[in-house]
Design a protein around this ligand. Structure first.
Ligand code: SAH
Length: 348
């Protein structure tokens, strides 16, 4: 006989992931004033209280009700590895046993956190380690922001990039919520210039980012300036070819008045020739975008170009007036670098 929902023990619901207005409404539903919702937000993200009991300025009755029906903790750190360059990789265990990786990257005067948005990924880019895991599931907004909470216990995070495992725009609503919480003054309080979403190029969702005014910067992972090669490396290109995705990027830039970034993973002998550098420069100028060059980090199948090829590629872009930075590998020896994120199960 099926157990009715009334008989079943109520499963604890997530509080993290709720937007400020939703927390206020929840406080009122639980018999407190809406202001208590704001206080909750501050406790969860500003001061990171370990229990409801520790939220001393909330009414006692509310604390008891919250403790009975809601959970504060969304994930735990199952393993932690530190690289010589200061990079820290966290293996984060979720409630159902699924695992994702989160990387803390200290550089000069900032600390960038690279968060995952999915367990695995469905987009199948040929050079990416996460792609080999295929998609298990989306992360909840609560699980995305929990990665930031866990990281902030270890470092003063100044920037968050959605460049870990998964395709953020295939998990749009949870990513949107996470961005709103990261930038909410009474939440994490990051400036929208310090939050970046990175995508393989899901055109309708790029347009939605602009319509919804999601307060974040945007990076498009281009990696090939011609449809032929891009379709081979990134199957998403067969649905939305380069002209279409760059059109969406340009409209996003016009609406948000922000400069988008093109990420270009340099693969030895595949996309690192100077003809392609010239084509990339033309596309970047047309899209009014900056370029981040990412020399390939070793996973199966491809190689990283020699240093002088990378520099020459960058020179072509610079000479044409494109702002082009080289993203050096960080945390390589702990498999924490771009495109290396995959849990043991998916690394096989
Ligand atoms: N799905 C999103 C975010 C995750 S990947 C996206 O593709 O943008 C983050 C960045 O790492 C992307 O620019 C991707 O092209 C790059 N990347 C993937 N595998 C890589 C590898 N092995 N070496 C270097 N960069 C890689």
């Amino acid at each position: 006989m099926a157990v009715s929902p009334v008989d079943a023990a109520p499963a604890a619901a997530s509080l993290k992931g709720l937007l400020p207005a939703e927390l206020e409404a929840l406080a009122v539903r639980e018999g407190a004033r809406s202001f208590a919702g704001r206080q909750l937000l501050t406790w969860m993200y500003g001061r990171t209280a370990a229990s409801f009991e520790a939220m001393t300025d909330l009414p006692r009755a509310l604390r008891v009700r919250l403790a009975a029906g809601y959970r504060l903790e969304e994930a735990t750190v199952a393993a932690e590895r530190r690289a010589a360059d200061g990079t820290i990789k966290l293996l984060v265990a979720l409630h159902d046993g699924a695992r994702v990786e989160t990387v803390i990257i200290p550089e000069d005067d900032r600390v960038t956190l690279c968060v995952s948005t999915q367990v695995g990924c469905a987009r199948g880019c040929g050079f990416c380690a996460t792609a080999r895991m295929r998609l298990a599931r989306n992360l909840a907004a609560a699980e995305i922001v929990e990665q930031v909470v866990l990281a902030r216990r270890r470092a003063a995070v100044t920037n968050v990039v959605f460049m870990g495992m998964g395709e953020p725009l295939d998990n749009y609503e949870n990513v949107r919520r996470a961005v709103l919480l990261l930038t909410a003054p009474s939440g994490f309080g990051l400036g929208s210039r310090h939050v970046t979403v990175s995508t393989v190029g899901i055109v309708p969702r790029i347009r939605q980012l602009a319509t919804d005014r999601v307060p974040a910067c945007l990076t498009l992972s281009l990696t090939a300036p011609d449809d032929d090669l891009r379709s081979r490396l990134m199957p998403v290109n067969r649905s939305w070819p380069i002209a279409e995705v760059l059109g969406a990027l340009r409209d996003w830039a016009d609406t948000t008045r922000r400069t988008p970034t093109l990420a270009y993973v340099l693969l030895k002998g595949v996309n690192d020739d100077l003809v392609r550098a010239g084509r990339l420069a033309a596309l970047a100028l047309k899209a009014r975008a900056k370029v981040n060059l990412i020399p390939f980090n070793a996973t199966l199948g491809f190689e990283r170009p020699p240093e002088e090829v990378v520099t020459r590629f960058q020179e072509v872009l610079k000479r044409r007036g494109v702002i082009a930075l080289i993203r050096r590998e960080r945390g390589g020896e702990i498999a924490a670098a771009c495109g290396q994120l995959a849990t043991e199960a998916g690394r096989a």
